[in-house]
Design a protein around this ligand. Sequence first.
Ligand code: AMP
Length: 363
Amino acid sequence: MGMVSQWRRRKDMETVTLPHRNDPDGYDRERITIATIGSHTALQILKGARDEGFKNLVICKEEMAMVYSLFGVADEILTVEDFKQVLDNEFQNELIERNAILIPHGSFVEYLSPGRIEDELFVPMFGNRKVLEWESNRDKERKWLMHAGLKLPEEFKRPEDIDRLALVKFPGAKGGKNYFLAENPEEFERKIVKFGLSGEFSIQEYVIGTRFYPHYFYSPLTDKLELLSMDIRYESNIDGLSRLSHIPPDLEPSFVVTGNLPVVVRESLLSQILDMGQRIVRASKELFSPGLIGPFCIETVCTDDLEFVAFEISARIVAGTNLYINGSPYSQLLYDEPMSTGRRISREIKEAIALNALDKVIY
Ligand code: AMP
């Protein structure tokens, strides 16, 4: 069972300059600790680190310590009152003392914010930090998907332009909160008033079809793309509506993620799925060199013409990979051992250390 301790600022701790960002040269490569924030996909990241022979550490709120302790996956559990404390120089020193490499995930990015990760986080982090800005800024995200040549839903710049079923989205990784459907400008105005919504939003054509969220991994060490697994998000209340024989007219569909379902695609569709992944990697190298490193997921809808439309990208490990801690039908084709995305990240770090190329996977 992991050691649990509450992090407190040490009075005697000198604040040293933090030299390690992007350059883990001062690190003892034999004693790396894989560290992450306790939420989202931390269980598989911690287990994966152990499976690859690394020590691990989880930073969590006090109420979550029990989870990591009872599942027995953490070597060390550090509790904090607020995740922003991770950015405190003294906290970062503690991580650096442990030769820590941080693994980002959805909650990690949400709690610390892409800007602060870029400017204030000095601890080496797996992946390219620039990617966090590209996935969280809607204009940049769209530019990236378009540069890759993927098919995108129509975007309506102004509510007056809505000429078909559209989804109004509010920013931030809030799990589809407050999204609503509108078929024309009048419906948009009526609903924005009815729900009392304001602030930034984007309006996207609502694509009808079946959703697929493929989980990719790109290795800069081998220059290879892997399809590790795939899921469909289970969303409330939209996924409950089909159980009703009659949908009340003023019932508004919502898109709040509540879980994930496993899925595989028709084998003949795999060429399109892999092609999308390769295009995204290529475009990332052109737009923000060295581009994507490690896990990413393209959110897609497959229409009845068997064409994929991509409406979002997540450029880090996604929660849908939690279905596959023991591997997936796809990862089993690639590996003879259970290979979760969390474990694959640690495998990449291990291989980078062996090749003396840690600087290729940490930015
Ligand atoms: P997002 O916040 O973009 O991940 O969207 C949340 C959910 O809304 C998705 O998982 C889909 O179920 C749905 N969704 C988002 N955009 C579209 C779209 N353009 N067409 C159809 N469904 C969408």
